[in-house]
Structure formats: C-alpha cells, structure tokens
Ligand binder design. Structure first.
Ligand SMILES: Nc1ncnc2c1ncn2[C@@H]1O[C@H](COP(=O)(O)OP(=O)(O)O)[C@@H](O)[C@H]1O
Ligand SMILES: N[C@@H](CCOP(=O)(O)O)C(=O)O
Length: 314
C-alpha cells in the first residue's frame, strides 16, 4: 500500500476452542467480529470505536500494532504507520478468542500494509506461535471447524465448514484470563486418562464428520484434559449442562478457557434451549451465535464504501 487515500478493512471472527476434549487442538469460528478500518498515516494512531477497545494503548504500543510490526520484521520489512479505527463485538477474557482475534488482525495488518502476500498456512503459523496453540488462531484464520497440532517446528491445521447445528453461548459478566485458567491444569496426566481423553476427542471429531451431533454432545462432556481441573473456576458449567440436558440440547462445554459455556442444539430445540438458559441464568448474557465458515477477511474499500462509513463523518 502506498496511497494515504486508500482505506482497508480487516475483519476477524471470534472462536471457541476445545469443544470439550479437543484441548489446544480443536476450534470453531463464530460470528462475532473484530474490525479494523485503516489507512496510511504519518504516525501510528489507534482509534477505538467500541467501549472494550478503549482500554488499549492508542499508539504503537497497541497489541495489534505490535503483532503487525513483529510479523513484518520477520520478513525484513518495516511497516509504514497507519491510522486504525478498531471495533470489536468479542468480549475480552471470556473464552471467545479475543486475544487470537487481535493477533490475527495484527498479522492481516502486516500482510496488507507490508504487502507480504501470506498464505493462510503462513498466517496461521505466525498466529499459533504468538498464541501458543492453534485452536483459536486457526479458527480465526480459516473459519469453520479446525483441527490442529502446533509444535516449535511446525503447525498443521485442517479446516472444514460446519452446518446444521445451532450454537448458544452463555457468557458470564466476569473475566477469566486464559493464563489463570491454564494455571490450574496438572503438569502430567496418567496414561489411562490420556488414552480416554484422546479417544473422546477422536470420537467427537468422528461425530462432527458424520453429523452425529448427539454423540458430539456426549463427547463434549467426556473431556479428561482440562474441564475436570477448571470446574472449580466455573461452577456454572455443571448447572448449564443440566439445563441443556433437560431442554433436549446435544451438550455443553467450556468455551476455550472459560468462563463462557458453549451449548449445541438442533435447529428444532435451539429456541427452547435459549429460553430455558435465559430464564435459569438471568445474570449471564445468553446468545445464539452463528458459525463463521469464512475466516478472516481483508479488502480495499471503494470510494462509495468509504463514504458510507459513519465514524468518518463525525
Ligand atoms: N483487541 C485487542 N487489543 C489488545 N489486546 C487485546 C485485544 N483483545 C484481547 N486482548 C488481550 O487479550 C486478553 C484476553 O485474552 P485471553 O485471556 O486469552 O482471553 P480470550 O482470548 O478468551 O478473550 C485481554 O485481557 C487483552 O489483554
Ligand atoms: N485451548 C486453550 C484455549 C483458550 O481459549 P481462550 O478463548 O480462552 O483464550 C485453553 O483451553 O486454554
């Protein structure tokens, strides 16, 4: 990019990780978005357009800018400064992948401004290195359901679109940092538990591929890797599982590291489940979310599209 009059758009979906037993390996992209409208400028400026974004630095100390600069630097490039208008529908520290969305946004920023021409595989490798695991990062890059393995040496992710199941998120008002929720996990697992945990993840994935959502729901609640240890931090999980069972939903699991709980239901049962959860948990935000099968998106805006941006007029 070299014209200051050009404006770009970056849109990155939220994500839910693990789906129960797929710890640090399975993720699903969701229809809540982090959006950046940006253009070249003579200095770095980050303008928050949504309340949650207003807590972050407004100059080049902003995490998204830091990620962008580091990504460009890894290709020997220095990014030209930009003015970025940032808004996000993704609540922070609730287990809906806000940190991965910020990382992927930073990589997309480096890609578009630095003209890096990165493939999705390369974007995901960078994002997984920053995030430490590929479940949220992969979902935000590719969209749909992702299954991945990330090591120091390489990141392998397979993604495929998901249809025919409804997703309801029960989002508490309190934050739970992923770091704190990882600190309660054990350093090792018995051979027996590891086999059972891995089998549950395998069967869950087979259930997804064969569209056997009832089986998927059962496997979501058969995790051995993290939910048993995190239960003390999220006492509402067991109560939500009960409501999901009573309302004929498929199952529930901690979304990422929590505290949000992700529930799956058939299109026929989702309305009843939504109402049941809202009635039982008035203190939480209960919301049906779309599945995003497209992943992160970037575009250069047309003159007409720029004219339609309300925040540029105020
Ligand atoms: N747009 C953003 N800009 C800067 N930092 C962000 C942004 N989004 C998330 N973060 C950082 O990530 C933290 C939340 O990450 P994390 O604890 O992994 O939870 P989650 O990713 O589930 O929302 C926030 O407290 C904040 O420090
Ligand atoms: N696999 C990770 C996922 C963390 O997701 P987040 O949305 O809570 O950041 C974990 O379970 O720790």
């Amino acid at each position: 990019m070299n014209a200051e009059s050009e404006m770009f758009l970056i849109r990155v979906p939220a994500s839910t990780a693990n789906l129960g037993p797929g710890f640090d390996s399975i993720g699903l992209a969701l229809g809540l978005y982090l959006e950046i409208h940006g253009s070249l400028s003579d200095h770095w400026e980050v303008v928050p357009l949504s309340e949650e974004m207003s807590v972050f630095p407004r100059d080049d100390r902003n995490y998204i800018v830091q990620i962008a600069k580091e990504t460009a630097a890894s290709y020997g490039k220095e990014l030209s400064p930009c003015r970025l208008f940032v808004s996000s529908e993704i609540p922070l520290a609730r287990g809906l992948g806000s940190s991965a969305s910020a990382i992927v946004a930073g990589i997309e920023l480096a890609n578009i401004v630095g003209e890096l021409h990165l493939s999705n595989e390369e974007k995901n490798r960078h994002a997984s290195l920053f995030e430490g695991h590929p479940d949220n990062a992969g979902a935000s890059v590719y969209g749909g359901l992702v299954v991945g393995l990330h090591t120091e040496e390489r990141t392998d992710v397979v993604s495929f679109p998901i249809e025919g199941v409804k997703v309801i998120a029960v989002i508490p008002h309190f934050e739970l940092l992923t770091e704190d929720s990882r600190n309660v996990l054990p350093n090792s697992l018995s051979y027996k538990d590891a086999i059972s945990g891995s089998a549950a993840a395998n069967v869950m994935l087979a259930g997804v591929l064969s569209k056997d959502w009832k089986l998927v729901g059962e496997m979501m609640q058969s995790d051995r890797f993290h939910q048993p240890y995190r239960a003390e931090l999220v006492p509402h999980l067991a109560l939500i599982e009960e409501v999901v069972h009573n309302e004929g939903g498929f199952g529930a699991a901690l979304s990422g590291a929590g505290p949000t709980v992700l529930c799956l239901a058939s299109p026929e049962k989702s309305e009843g489940l939504l109402t049941g959860l809202k009635d039982r948990f008035p203190e939480f935000h209960v919301k049906e979310l779309e599945i995003d099968n497209d992943g992160s998106y970037t575009a250069i805006l047309s003159e007409q599209e720029k004219k339609e941006l309300k925040f540029l007029k105020s």
